[in-house]
Design a protein around this ligand. Structure first.
Ligand SMILES: [Zn+2]
Length: 313
């Protein structure tokens, strides 16, 4: 294999019932002129079996299966772990067909618009996110890895030297909605344009960028049998990305009672009412809004990856 540039892996359908990105990739295959990628790019369906079944996953959430321990455990036959291993063995940085960057494209049922998720705050990821934020204006959500909570780890993007997650919503699970297709396509075009700028030597980091640091998540109010007994309070017309202050209405209970937010400072909710998080006991996640300086070293890392030779030719 001989190539000048780094290679990009585009993943759609890591969750099989999020059908927007697979549809875009399918259209792109049928109409190669639809999108122009400035670097060698491979598209793949993250979880083909779940996609075929129109389910989020078969045995386990694929996007929690990329832990070292699970990937190494050859006896583990959970279908998503087997799939995760195959993706890393094929497209991982030391795979048979190595790729340097990955974009993992998802949708959410939450009304949070388009956003970029950075998992673990690696400098190259932050730099790429900052360039995308600057070009497309999407909010950036920083999810810190906590190895003490394995259920929060094992994200696909972490197995590549650099990777971002795209989240676009709101859209119901299991359908192709043209508005969401257009929004996701616009984000993807922005991501590709940014990489083109990097290759052309034109990429400049913004001096600052607003980021939303993951703080934690809240479950629904439940009774002793685990039954949900509250919903998001209707007095907040916009939940995602808008500050929730101490004393603001949080949940409306089945009794009609209002439960206020009892934190000590304002937080910015995200993934409010994400349908697939019910089983994880998550009604919404809370973030802290900060302004950071994107790391210049991260841009150097990103440029290095884009110009890198395959490690396993
Ligand atoms: Zn997803």
């Amino acid at each position: 294999m001989d190539h000048q540039h780094g290679r990009l892996l585009l993943v759609g359908g890591a969750h099989g019932n999020e059908r927007t990105a697979p549809w875009i990739l399918q259209c792109w295959a049928a109409q190669p002129g639809l999108l122009a990628s400035p670097l060698p790019t491979t598209a793949c369906i993250g979880n083909p079996e779940a996609y075929g079944a129109n389910r989020r996953y078969m045995d386990r959430d694929l996007n929690r299966c990329f832990t070292e321990a699970l990937l190494k455990d050859q006896r583990c036959a959970i279908r998503e772990v087997v799939r995760a291993r195959a993706l890393v063995d094929t497209y991982g940085p030391r795979g048979h067909d190595p790729h340097d960057l990955v974009l993992d494209m998802h949708t959410t049922t939450a009304a949070m618009g388009s956003s970029v998720v950075v998992i673990g705050e690696r400098p190259a990821d932050l730099a790429w996110a900052a360039l995308v934020h600057q070009a497309v204006g999407m909010p950036v959500y920083l999810f810190r890895i906590n190895e003490d909570h394995p259920e929060e780890c094992g994200f696909l993007v972490r197995r590549w030297p650099c990777g971002l997650v795209l989240e676009v919503g709101p859209v119901a699970q299991g359908i192709v909605d043209t508005g969401t297709v257009q929004k996701t396509t616009a984000c993807l075009e922005g991501v590709l344009a940014v990489l083109g700028d990097c290759l052309a030597g034109k990429a400049r980091l913004p001096e600052t960028m607003a980021v939303h640091h993951h703080l934690g998540s809240l479950d629904w109010p439940r009774d002793s049998a685990g039954r949900q007994i509250g919903c998001l309070h209707p007095d907040r017309p916009q939940w995602d990305w808008t500050p929730l202050r101490p004393g603001d209405p949080l949940f409306l209970m089945e009794t009609g009672e209002t439960v206020p937010y009892q934190g000590e400072e304002a937080v910015w909710p995200v993934f409010c009412n994400e349908a697939s998080y019910g089983e994880k006991g998550i009604a919404l996640s809370l973030t802290r809004r900060d302004t950071i300086t994107p790391p210049a070293a991260g841009l150097e890392d990103l440029l290095g990856l884009l110009g890198s030779q395959p490690q396993n030719p």
